[in-house]
Design a protein. Sequence first.
Lengths: 441, 286
Amino acid sequence: MSDVALRTIGLGKMYHIGSEREKDRTLRDTMVQAAKRPFERIRHPGAATHVSEELWALRNVDLEVRHGEVLGIIGRNGAGKSTLLKVASHITEPTEGCVDVRGRVGSLLEVGTGFHPELTGRENIYLNGAILGMARADIRRRFDDIVDFSETGRFLDTPVKRYSSGMYVRLAFAVAAHLEPEILLVDEVLSVGDAAFQEKCLSRMDAVGAGGRTVVFISHNMAAVRRLCSRVVLLDGGRVTADGSPGEIVALYLKSAARAAAVREWTLLDGPGDAHCRLLRLELTQDGRRLEGQADSSRPLGVSLAFHVECPSRKLQVGFGLLTADGLSLFQSFHTDLATKNPTEPGDYEVRCQMPANLLNKGSYVVSPMVALYFTQWVVRHDADAELRFAVNLDHPTSPMWYSPREGALAPALCWELGPWRQLAVSIPSTGLSRRDDALT
Amino acid sequence: MSTTREALPPLEEGFVRHERKRGWSALGLRELWMYRELLYFLTWRTILVRYKQAVIGVAWAALNPLLTMVIFTVVFNIVLGVKSPSSQVPYPVFSYSGLLPWNFFAGALALSGMSLVGNANLLTKVYFPRLVIPISAVLAGLVDFGISFLVLLGLMAAYGIAPTWHMVFLPVFVALAFVTALAVSLWLSALNVLYRDVQYVIPFLVQLWMFVSPVIYPISKIPAGPLRTAFVLNPMTGVIGGFRWALLGQQFPGGYVWISLAVVGVLFITGLFYFKRMESVFADVV
C-alpha cells in the first residue's frame, strides 16, 4: 500500500474570461443565445455563452502528497495556487484530470467563513465549526481550548459585530486552528492578527505538522513556508515548475518574483487595487532621478506611488513594505504615518517619501506596495507581481575600518558620542529624537 | 472541453476520486445525511438571526398572519362579500387557516430563492452538499409556522370551533407543504445562481400565486370545468384544501389532493436533479 494521501493526475481547470456577463448573467442574454444555439446551455451549463477566452488556471498538474507531509505551494498571484486548493477540496470540479484523496479533508481557504455579525462569539464558534466540518461533540469538547486560544473569553456572549477586527480574526482563526482532519488544506490565512498572535498561529501550524497530519499550505510568507514545510512546490501559469526542498524552491521563486527594475507601471485596467485606490506606478528615485543600477546607501532613496482614486475614502493608506530578498519583512510605512490627509475627489494622485540615508545594507531588497483602508481591509498586499527589487551598494560611513558589510538586514549609521565616563551631556544631540531626560537621570 | 482526455488510471483502494461529472449525477443522499449537523446549524442560524435586534422578536411571526387576516376579513368578507363555505366556520378562521400554509410557502420561497446567492462566500470557500442550503432555508420557516399554528388554535378556541379527528392528518399536509416549498425552492435557488432575474421575479411570483390559490376564497367558488382543472394543477390548492379539512373539518378536498401530489412529485424530482446538475458550477458562477 502506498503512503500517498492526496494525488492529482493530469489536473486541469479552465475558466472563461473576457465575458463581463459571466457573473451577472441575465435571462435575456440566455434567451437570445438559446435562440441561436438551442442546445448549447443544456450541454454546457457552466459555460459562458458569450464569445470568451479560455483561461487554464491549472493544467496538467501531477502531484503526490504523502501522509504526514507538509507541502508548501508558492507562486505569484494568479499562478493557480488557490484554484488548486479549491479543486482538491472539492469546492469546484476539475475540467480535466482528477484528484484522488485518502482520508478526511478539511479546507481552510479563509478564516471566519460563515461568521454572522449578529451572532455572539459562542454561537459563531459552533456555527463556524460545523461549516468547517467539525461534529457538534468535537466542538463542545474543544470549546474551552478554542476560547483560550482566541483570547476573547470575556466577550463570548457579545455579538461579533461589536468585536474589534483583531478579536474577530483571532476568534475565527481559533476555530480553524482546532480543526482536525487527516488532510488539511490551508490558503494564506496566517497573516491575521498582530505579531504575537501570528507567532501563536505559526506555532499551532507547527504542531499540526508535527502531529503527523498531512498539510498543504499556500502562502506568500516565505519565512512561514520555510519554517513549516517539508517540501515546496512552485506553481507558475497553472503548472508545477519546481518541486523540492523549501530552501531551494523559495530561493528560486524569490529570484524570479520581484522584477529588478526601478519602475513599474500599470493602466487603470490592470493596476493592482480596487475602486478606492488603483496603483498606476511605483518608482524608486535617488537624487531626484529615477534609480539607475544600484542604489547608494549613503543617500536617501525615494519611493513614489501614483494611483487612481475612484471612490475617495478618508481611511485610505498608501505605502509600502520593505523586505529582504528572501522575504523577511523589515518595515512598513504609509502616507498617513504622520499626517492624515487623503483625497476627497476622484482623480489621479501621487504619494512619495524618502527612506533615510545610511540605513540599508549591501544586498538586495524588495519594495512591496501596500494599500489599505484603515481598520477595514487590505486593498493591495503581498502582491508579488507589483513588487520592485533593487540592489544596494554600501557606501555609507566611509570609515577605513569598515570595508565589509555588517551582519544584519539593515546597516543604520547611528549617532554615537564619546567623552569621559559619567560626564557626557544629559541631552542627546542631533538625533532628531525628542529629549528623554527622565531616562538618563 | 475540446481537449481529448486520456483515460485516468484506476482508483486505488481507500481513495475517493473527484473529477468532472458528466450528465446527471446521483443525488448523494448519504452524504447529505452525513452533513445533517451542518443542516441543523444553518437552520438554527437563520432562525436566530431573523429576530435578533427586533423589539418584539418572534411576535412578528404571530402578528403578520393575524393582521393579514384582519385586512382580508374587512376587504374580502365585509366589503366584497366573499363567504366561508361552511356556516360553522367564520370567515376570519377560514382565511387564517389558508394563510397558515400559504405564509409558510411564501416565506420559504423568499428565503430560499436568495439562499445560494446569499451564501456565496460559503459556496466558494467550503465544501458541503449544496442541497443543505435551500433545505435549511425552508426548514427555518417551520418555526414561524409553528407560532402561527398556535395562534390559529387560539383563534379556533375564541370562535368555539372544536378540532376534529382529522387533526391527526395535519402532519401529512405539513409535510406536503414542506415538499412543495422545497420543490419550488430548489428550482428558484439554482436558477438564481445563473440568472439574477429570479430575485426580481420571486416577490411578483409569490403575489400572483396567492391570488390563484384558494387563500381568500373557497375552491368551490371556482366554476367547475376547465378553469377548475387549471386551478387544481396548482399544488398549493391541494395543500390549503388539506389544511382546512384537517383543521376545520371541512369537506375533504378529494381528487385534487392527488393531482397536487402528482404535480409536487414531478416538481420535486425534476428540481432535485436540476439542482444536482447545476451544483458543480455554483462555486464558479455565483
